[in-house]
Ligand binder design. Structure first.
Ligand SMILES: [Zn+2]
Length: 395
């Protein structure tokens, strides 16, 4: 694949630019050199574009390539996450390559990998950027930072103490991480500490966030419920992952903060409703699953900024399903415009990728065409008709 793409005009029934506004009807999108030149109603397409090669997508909606802000590329949705991670680094990289392709096939052009044993997703991010492997653009955290006795040690760097936190952030920086993942509460998939109990102390979280931000890295906090959510927000994390059992303090803090809230409906659904997860995991997940819709509704009502992430790779939660995450959000009461914004502009902004997630002049031409109108039927997002990455058609 060469890096320059031929100029192209896409024509479709509707266009949603990702900002959360109204659809443009009878739309055109002019793409050149991998970037968007112009987007709007076909009737006022600039004259210079009239003779360019064009592709008609009748009955389709154009929107930005979707973003999944929470995936584990080394994991493949098997019954138990710990056993599902391949034992050698070589096998983990191969799993990640296959899983990355699944995202792209479904119209997901940008993902954030929030935990791998070592530098697997970081290496894959570089290979995608160099165009040696096909996949979505990847913003990788490297190993998740988790305490002794904490959640997902097998995807993480076990770290304790204030000074340990700063050292762990620096070690991930050295590995090539573009963001930091910290495990701030217990988890559903790991026995031991309760998912609504805080893992780290406030001084530990404060030190981690301070060090990460000082070095230009954003922080995602695994925080299912209780004091851990509040402590993570107080420390200044950039996103709360899961947040399934929010108490009043958590709701208020999320509403008042600029941090994004990533409810990971797909993860809860896969574990609780799927056939695979063992009974002990289902049992740990049930209280979180039962509280999730109410937590989400309260956070949205309080003004929380929502981003779409699936936690792909966890039990019965295969890669490439972020469109389904948007459908879960709508089912839980979010309006479709906001759900689409949560998996495009809002998500790209969280990942510090301002050139992506919106169809506007100058943005990278990561474009998805889906059959139908997702504002009337959000499940239209699950039926990609064409996927473009930096102007190249990849599906
Ligand atoms: Zn996760």
């Amino acid at each position: 694949m060469n890096s320059a793409s031929e100029p192209l005009v896409l024509r479709a029934a509707w266009l949603l630019d990702g900002s959360g506004g109204d659809a443009v009807g009878d739309a055109a999108l002019w793409v050149e050199d991998g970037r968007i030149v112009w987007a709007g109603p076909a009737a006022v397409l600039p004259e210079q574009a009239a003779d360019l090669r064009s592709l008609d997508l009748p009955g389709c909606t154009l929107l930005p390539g979707m973003v999944d802000t929470h995936v584990h590329l080394v994991a493949s949705a098997g019954p138990e996450l710990a056993a599902d991670i391949p034992k050698t680094e070589a096998e983990r990289v191969l799993a990640a390559v296959a899983n990355a392709r699944r995202h792209l096939d479904q119209g997901v052009t940008l993902v954030r990998d929030l935990g791998a044993p070592a530098g697997e997703a970081i290496a894959l991010a570089r290979a995608v950027e160099a165009r040696t492997v096909e996949g979505p653009r990847i913003v990788a955290a490297g190993p998740a930072i988790t305490m002794t006795g904490g959640h997902i040690p097998y995807l993480g760097r076990v770290t304790d103490g204030v000074e340990g936190m700063r050292a762990a952030v620096r070690a991930n920086l050295q590995l090539g991480a573009r963001c930091i993942k910290v495990v701030a509460t217990g988890g559903v998939l790991t026995p031991g500490l309760d998912p609504s109990k805080a893992a780290y102390t406030q001084p530990e979280l404060d030190a981690l966030v301070d060090e990460a931000h000082r070095l230009g890295l954003r922080v995602a906090a695994h925080a299912i419920g209780g004091d851990g959510v509040v402590a993570a927000l107080r420390a200044g994390v950039d996103s709360v992952e899961h947040g399934m059992i929010l108490d009043q303090a958590g709701v208020e803090q999320l509403g008042a903060s600029d941090a994004r809230y990533t409810p990971t409906f797909c993860a809860a659904e896969g574990i609780i409703e799927g056939p695979s997860a063992p009974a002990w995991i289902k049992q740990r997940a049930r209280p979180a699953g039962a509280a999730l819709v109410a937590s989400f509704g309260a956070a949205v009502a309080a003004g929380a900024r929502v981003a779409a992430g699936t936690d792909a790779g966890t039990p019965d939660n295969p890669h490439g399903r972020v469109a389904q995450e948007a459908a879960f959000m709508v089912k839980a009461g979010l309006d479709p415009r906001s759900a689409i914004r949560a998996l495009t502009a809002e998500a790209a902004d969280l990942l510090d990728e301002p050139d992506r997630g919106q169809l506007r002049p100058g943005a990278v031409a990561d474009v998805l065409a889906v059959g139908g109108d997702p504002l009337t039927d959000i499940t239209a997002l699950q039926h990609p008709a064409a996927v473009f990455q930096a102007g190249h058609r990849v599906r």
